[in-house]
Design a protein around this ligand. Structure first.
Ligand code: SAH
Length: 392
């Protein structure tokens, strides 16, 4: 055999990397087939979870042979999965032999939400998030993002339009989705496509720490629900908790949220606020947040244009933060409700399997060396604690 033919053979196209438009182009341009054939393949892959072209029985033999030669459906590898006592299910998915990410399914009355990761690790370094301690390695491909939905849908026996187990997707796993814009937008298009997972636009939510220019791009290119991780209503505190705030302070962020909401009538934005004991959970913080949210409602001239989701802090090893006491959480919520701000407290789920917000870690080959710094800090803290104990 001529070795050159081996090295020159073009890599097979992973069909999970393509949305409907991309797949139609691939069928027309690369395979010389009719565009609508792409639709049949999408249904096999996303509705029936079939990855073997030979099992796609309504495709002709010739087309199946072409697909074998030029394409593949490569899904993430399940390295480990863990059901929680409360019905939550977590998957550790291998991405490239070295890195792994996590996806979490959270069933609730009449709905099932999948929390999806967008990057291996995260570059933003938010102080209270355990993904941050892992450092950052790389963006996930479209295939790796939609692959998380594929794995969960297969496990659940989800059939779009009929046996709907998976009703919502939130881009709230590892990573900052707006830092991986194109791949995330493409994956979200498959989530909302009837030939994909058939989710309504408002049931796909992108959560961002506040990448202002990308919020504007999202408004132009996609149509999903937006959630913004706020965590503080003044710049001084927010810059400390979410360093990205130094670049895009609150006023700019709120203006971008207004522009996003304006593109559609009756569009609301969810503001996430993780409550940390003594840090951002005091009555003055609640009043400040209420003012900011009311300002948003007024600017939009709409009641409940801003919704608040309070997330009790989920601890992880080595963190200096603590969860706010229940009474403080209720008081914080009451202050907001009394100011007519629609406010929910997110019940913590999957606690026993470290699957709650901010606890997803996966396995990151850190390119930012942040993990090493974090370990050093932990060690220093441990020896200081030891010294304290010795002194007592
Ligand atoms: N980077 C995106 C999406 C990932 S985080 C973003 O920042 O929005 C998903 C949500 O969980 C965010 O609101 C985040 O701030 C919150 N979160 C992070 N760490 C947490 C923790 N330890 N406890 C509770 N919520 C946390």
């Amino acid at each position: 055999m001529n070795p050159e033919t081996v090295t020159d053979a073009p890599a097979k196209q992973n069909l999970l990397d393509l949305d409907r438009r991309g797949l139609e182009d691939f069928f027309a341009d690369t395979l010389g087939e009719k565009r609508f054939r792409a639709h049949q393949v999408m249904k096999w892959v996303h509705h029936r979870h079939v990855t073997d072209f030979d099992a796609m029985t309504d495709l002709g033999k010739v087309l199946r042979a072409k697909l074998q030669a030029h394409a593949e459906v490569r899904v993430p590898q399940v390295q480990f999965e863990k059901p929680s006592t409360d019905g939550t299910h977590k998957w550790l998915l291998g991405m490239d032999g070295k890195n792994a990410i996590e996806a979490v399914f959270i069933p609730d009355k009449g709905r099932g939400t999948l929390c999806v990761s967008s990057q291996v690790g995260c570059a933003l370094n938010c102080q209270f998030c355990s993904t941050a301690t892992q450092g950052f390695n790389r963006n996930l491909s479209t295939a790796e993002i939609i692959g998380q939905v594929w794995v969960a849908a297969k496990h659940l026996g989800n059939v779009p339009h009929r046996q709907r187990k998976l009703t919502n997707v939130v881009m709230m796993g590892m990573g900052e989705p707006l830092m991986n814009f194109d791949n995330v937008v493409r994956a979200m298009s498959v989530m909302r496509d009837d030939l994909g997972y058939g989710l309504a636009n408002k049931r796909v939510t992108l959560s961002t720490a506040g990448m202002v220019p990308m919020i504007d791009r999202l408004a132009e290119e996609s149509d999903v629900s937006l959630a913004v991780s706020l965590h503080a209503a003044n710049d001084e505190l927010r810059s400390e908790l979410v360093p990205l705030n130094k670049k895009y302070p609150i006023a700019e962020l709120m203006a971008a949220c207004q522009r996003y909401a304006r593109r559609k009538p009756r569009e609301s934005i969810t503001f996430e606020y993780t409550l940390m004991k003594g840090v951002n959970d005091q009555p003055a913080h609640a009043r400040e947040l209420a003012r900011l949210m009311r300002g948003f409602d007024n600017a939009m001239q709409m009641k409940d244009a801003a919704k608040v989701n309070l997330i009790p802090f989920n601890p992880f090893p080595g963190t200096r933060f603590e969860r706010s006491p229940e009474g403080d959480i209720r008081a914080f919520q009451k202050t907001l409700l009394d100011s007519h701000v629609l406010t929910m407290v997110r019940r913590t789920r999957g606690d026993d399997i470290d699957a709650a917000c901010g606890q997803l870690k996966g396995q990151v080959v850190d390119r930012t060396r942040r993990q090493a710094e974090f370990r050093k800090r932990l060690d220093a803290q441990a020896s200081a604690d030891g010294a304290d104990r010795a002194a007592v």
